[in-house]
Design a protein around this ligand. Structure first.
Ligand code: SF4
Length: 118
């Protein structure tokens, strides 16, 4: 009598359990990041001195990105969501930026410090 079917079944069960256990922390991180993103205030270009100094705008299409073009990507494609300084928060339009600690910026925003992700 062969034990191959049983071993395969056991391997499949172990894979399922390990995969499920691995997914739990990832799901928790996503949920935590989303909750964190909701709590962060958005950078207000009208009142935030750093935003004004860096000419941050929540809608990159309204900025003169060509005038402050940084190497590595066409200026029309440069947005917070592909900037080296951003960190994904909720995947719903907001990102964290290391230049604006404790606040969130628009994923489609832009500022003169935009730098291509390494
Ligand atoms: S540094 Fe990058 S992520 Fe931060 S506001 Fe400027 S363009 Fe957006």
């Amino acid at each position: 009598m062969s034990d191959k079917p049983l071993n395969k079944s056991r391997r499949d069960a172990v894979k399922t359990i390990v995969g499920g256990l691995a997914a739990v922390p990832v799901m928790n991180l996503v949920a935590t990041a989303a909750a964190y993103a909701q709590e962060l205030p958005a950078v207000d270009p009208a009142t935030d001195p750093t935003a004004q100094a860096l000419k941050y705008v929540a809608d990159a299409t309204t900025a003169d990105r060509a005038a402050a073009a940084r190497p590595g990507m066409d200026p029309s494609e440069q947005v917070c969501n592909n900037c080296q300084f951003h960190q994904v928060l909720d995947g719903e339009g907001w990102v964290a930026c290391t230049l604006f600690p404790g606040k969130k910026v628009a994923a489609g925003g832009w500022c003169t410090s935009w730098t291509k992700q390494g």
